[in-house]
Design a protein around this ligand. Structure first.
Ligand SMILES: Nc1ncnc2c1ncn2[C@@H]1O[C@H](COP(=O)(O)OP(=O)(O)OP(=O)(O)O)[C@@H](O)[C@H]1O
Length: 538
């Protein structure tokens, strides 16, 4: 994840160069002003006249430069945030389907929101602030050195002590940030669950229980936030003590020079200015450095959620499905589960054939379909497609050959047309044909906005049957070689289900594998073969 930030290195360098240039010019203006003060006190008006024009020009130049500093910083921050978020989303979609489904996906929401916000503050803003603060501190040191170079040694000692404090204190803060991030995962997961069960909570008068749980989880997060803040107040107090002590040391040195009479009025003011310049950056460094050190652990935690346990390399191509899919002595059990769900399955599915899978509830029909779909790998035996092991076929190629219709449909908050075409180009004729075969022609015709009607929130403004038919139209339009159906007709009335099943069975150029409880005697006979899954779980 960190190496992705190399992409924004030019923006970072640009922002830093502009900010450092601004610091140097600002320091230069301070130095020149003090020189002019000394010239004035010495009544050396010639030198005042020589120095003044340059001072005015540079001071005026500082105004647009300040704006440029803000703009380049904001550009870097925006780019860096986008790079991290884009990388994260890409990696999430690299996850294996089965592994993703096994996890609680609230942790991804939490990472994309809470963890990314923490990275923005601690890493992106942190690194910029520390580097610019170092530059400001450097300019302060330079100003001091123009009075007496010995003061540089004192400045280096101060910065080294600060650095040491930041390193020593980073370990407990890292732990606290990691714990708070885990609490956020848990919190997001809870909110997601409660909101999706909103009607169940209301119907069963569970508001008090939910409010109490919510309060407890919020309290845990607030408490961890309080612990982190408390740690930082201790760290900041220690560092500010060190800093104040060193500044008093500088004041003693000034006093010594003043007594000796080796320091001018401009020199005294310059030292005061330089100390001010060093104090602010030191505070910023001490605040941001420990946060910066915590980012590494947070990134490791985020990366861990993105790892696939199964990294089997798929090496075989399958541009088209030509012959058959065969299961040879296939057995399957879910990971971390001793029960054998499927045992010694032998079957063959020929191209363009129509197959029905039936069996008792819990018998393993959906599991069998998941093996066909390449969501899981068999525990033993072989699954071959056109003679090649399915597990070695490249996922993207296989997925582009198949279409899925499930009982649980997903619709985008977009027009009916985009939900059917899935943002691909099809002719009006092709779309009309898919609508007709899915039994949607009348439904769309009766809508004021027709195909441009927006579907809200996964189809809240249409019926369950209409939702299923939209997904069926999507699969038909997709012209996939293989259609997997898992209880696709469960939300349809008998007549409509039979009608659509007949249409699908009449399609010539598609292999259909249908898992269904809804079985009609006359359509059953139209299947090439009916496979019955027996309960083998033990
Ligand atoms: N992710 C999983 N992890 C562990 N066991 C699972 C998992 N999914 C399903 N099972 C178990 O595998 C067995 C077969 O489940 P499956 O969903 O394939 O049955 P099914 O025939 O499709 O059932 P139904 O008709 O009720 O949908 C069941 O005993 C189920 O508890």
């Amino acid at each position: 994840m960190l190496n992705k930030l190399y992409k924004v290195l030019p923006y970072f360098l640009l922002a830093i160069i502009v900010a450092v240039f601004n610091c140097i010019l600002d320091g230069y203006v301070t130095k020149k002003m003090m020189d002019i003060l000394d010239f004035t006190l010495k009544k050396d008006m010639t030198s005042v006249k020589e120095s003044a024009p340059m001072l005015i020009i540079v001071s005026l130049f500082l105004v647009p430069l300040g704006i440029l500093v803000a703009m380049t910083y904001s550009l870097f921050k925006r780019r860096a945030n986008l790079v991290l978020k884009k990388y994260y989303v890409n990696k999430v979609f690299d996850k294996n389907i089965a592994e993703f489904q096994k996890e609680n996906n609230a942790k991804y929401i939490s990472s994309l929101t809470n963890d990314m916000n923490t990275l923005e503050t601690n890493l992106i803003t942190g690194i910029y602030t520390v580097v610019v603060a170092l530059a400001n501190f450097g300019v302060g040191v330079w100003l001091l050195s123009t009075v007496d170079p010995k003061l540089i040694i004192l400045s280096i000692i101060v910065i080294l002590i600060n650095l040491a404090i930041s390193i020593v204190t980073s370990s407990p803060t890292k732990k606290a940030y990691k714990e708070r991030s885990d609490l956020f995962d848990n919190y997001t997961s809870y909110i997601k669950e409660v909101l999706s069960a909103f009607h169940i909570v209301k119907n069963n008068n569970l508001q008090d229980k939910v409010t109490e749980d919510y309060y407890e989880k919020s309290e845990q997060i607030q408490h961890k936030g309080y612990i982190i803040e408390r740690m930082f107040s201790f760290i900041n107090a220690t560092e500010s003590f060190v800093m104040n002590a060193s500044l008093y040391g500088v004041i003693c040195v000034i006093g010594y020079f003043a007594v000796k009479g080796t320091i001018t009025a401009g020199g005294v003011l310059l030292i005061v200015q330089a100390m001010e310049r060093m104090a602010d950056p030191l505070f910023q460094i001490s605040e941001n450095l420990p946060k910066l050190f915590t980012s590494g652990d947070l990134i490791k935690k985020i990366e861990k959620t993105l790892e696939n346990a199964d990294n089997h390399e798929e090496t075989l191509d399958l541009p088209e499905f030509r012959e058959a899919i065969e299961f040879k002595d296939v057995s399957f059990q879910y990971e971390d589960d001793d029960r054998i769900v499927l045992q010694d399955v032998n079957l063959s599915v020929r191209k363009n054939g129509k197959y029905l899978i039936v069996g008792p509830s819990g018998g393993g029909k959906s599991t069998l379909l998941k093996l066909f779909r390449k969501y899981f790998k068999q525990s033993s035996g072989e699954i071959l497609i056109d003679g090649k092991p399915l597990r070695d076929i490249k996922k993207e190629q296989y997925f582009s050959l198949v279409a899925n219709v499930e009982q649980q449909v997903f619709l985008f908050e977009d027009t009916i047309k985009n939900n059917i075409t899935l943002y691909k180009e099809y002719s009006d004729k092709e779309i009309e044909k898919a609508l007709e075969h899915a039994g949607l022609t009348d439904f769309v015709r009766n809508l004021k906005d027709g195909l441009s009607t927006i579907i809200y929130d996964n189809g809240k403004n249409i019926s369950g049957g209409e939702r299923s038919r939209i997904v069926i139209a999507r699969a038909l339009l997709n012209k996939a070689s293989i259609l997997f159906m898992d209880e696709a007709f469960a939300s349809l009335d008998m007549e409509r289900a039979k009608e659509i099943e007949e249409t699908i069975l009449a399609l010539e150029d598609i292999t259909v594998i249908n898992v269904s409880h809804v079985i009609f005697k006359d359509t059953k006979e139209k299947y090439d073969r009916v496979y019955t899954v027996k309960r083998t779980v033990y």
